[in-house]
Design a binder for this molecule. Structure first.
Ligand code: PMP
Ligand code: GLU
Length: 400
């Protein structure tokens, strides 16, 4: 049989973050000791009160279909959260719960894009944005940012990328992979341009609560009714509540848009798991102390990681203001030999470091910038210390 697949599927790359994690798990299952800085997944357990809520939901028989848009209880909990933490007023009909923020993004692009519509994506960008846009018939327009500007897109850079086909701007603050956080002024510049050109802003705020020092997360939707109407807030439970495997993301936006996303979702997955929805409502309505403890711990790791990386020969990174990644410049290694193999790309670097050095990192190619690698510090301090020792000695002993 000849297997003929769609052009769309041929044009899509597998998620590199997930692929590296799978490889790492295989190596560990095979008995190897591997240090994982690959996947961005909190190493903490889901807080107990959330787990208890899920068990209660099952025992109460709340295991049946729910409305496609999500339960009213969960959507009300999301509205309260948006009011409490972001000072944003939304009604439950302006909220949709989905199976992870990835799925929320997918529904959002399916609802707004016609074939050939362009979405502006600042580079470096999280690995799945370009692929989700392409899967929904859109064209990602990559805007190069500057390291001196902490990899944030300026108003001028944005203006230069707008064409008659531009439909949306994607922003992600705090950013995966750089950890940068947009200031209020920077966001206001983007909001003004979006309103002037009538462009949607897809604002991925999933790391909003993992933020350090005096940095503040501000939602671009909070600058007035015009920009609020154009903004699709994307958020989810994975990072703030250590609930990656539960799969719950949500979006907030204009009622018409949310209704379209809900129709799309109703045919794809119906709704996210009922049990996860009940547990997520409990998470949002419950005590938030676990998060504070997690962020304090992430902050210690961030400081350690930043100091160690910048003390290593030939490596540097900016200090992340949020999220749990350092984005490390490896350009001084490109063109040199590691374990006798000439390094032409960050992908080769990451492959050798994983296979021979037993340390998992994600190559910058996954994020649009080839001279970089990303290290996640969502892993224990012990792993970070031992893993960085191994990483440093492996490179120093094998680089020519
Ligand atoms: N956005 C960003 C920036 C991410 O790093 C991730 C990775 N988890 C997601 C969205 C998707 O999160 P999830 O699907 O687990 O909710
Ligand atoms: N977002 C995380 C990461 O970038 C988890 C994996 C994924 O969803 O891509 O590593």
């Amino acid at each position: 049989m000849k297997i003929e697949l769609s052009n769309k599927s041929a044009n899509i790359a597998t998620s590199m973050t997930l692929a590296i994690d799978t490889k790492l798990k295989q190596m560990v299952a095979g008995g190897e000791t591997v240090y994982g800085f690959g996947i961005g997944e909190p190493d903490f357990d889901t807080p107990e009160y959330i787990r208890i809520a899920a068990i209660e939901a099952m025992n109460k028989g709340l295991t049946r279909y729910t409305p496609a848009q999500g339960t009213m209880e969960l959507r009300k909990a999301i509205c309260s959260k948006l009011k409490r933490e972001n000072n944003l007023e939304y009604e439950p009909n302006q909220i949709i719960a989905s199976s992870g923020a990835k799925h929320s993004l997918s529904n959002a692009f399916a609802a707004i894009l016609n074939p050939g519509d362009e979405v502006i994506v600042p580079n470096p960008y999280w690995v799945s944005y370009t692929e989700i846009i392409k899967l929904n018939d859109g064209v990602p327009v990559i805007v190069e940012t500057k390291k001196e500007n902490n990899f944030k897109m300026t108003g001028d850079e944005l203006n230069n990328a707008i064409t008659s086909r531009t439909k949306a701007i994607l922003i992600n603050s705090p950013s995966n992979p750089t950890g940068s956080v947009y200031t209020e002024g920077e966001l206001r510049d983007i909001a003004e341009i979006a309103v002037k050109n009538n462009l949607f802003v897809v604002s991925d705020e999933i790391y909003e609560r993992i933020i350090y020092d005096n940095n503040k997360h501000i939602s671009i939707a909070s600058f007035g009714s015009e920009i609020k109407d154009l903004t699709i807030i994307i958020n989810g439970m994975s990072k703030s509540y250590a609930m990656t495997g539960w799969r719950l993301g949500y979006a907030a936006g204009n009622e018409k848009l949310i209704k379209a996303m809900s129709s799309i979702q109703s045919h794809a997955v119906s709704h996210p798991s009922s049990i996860t929805q009940y547990a997520s409502a409990a998470a949002l309505n419950g005590p938030q102390d676990d998060l504070k403890n997690m962020v304090q711990e992430f902050n210690k790791r961030r400081n350690y990681m930043y100091d160690r990386i910048n003390a290593m020969e030939g490596l540097s990174c900016i200090k992340p203001d949020g999220a749990f990644y350092v984005y490390v410049d490896i350009s001084t290694y490109i063109g040199r030999k590691l374990c006798g193999i000439k390094l032409n790309s960050s992908l080769e670097f990451a492959q050798i470091v994983l296979e021979k050095g037993k340390v998992a990192v994600v190559p910058g190619t996954a994020f649009g910038t080839d001279n970089y690698i990303r290290l996640s510090y969502a892993t224990s301090m012990e792993t970070i210390k031992n893993g960085l020792d191994q990483f440093e000695s492996f490179i120093n002993n094998n680089i020519e």
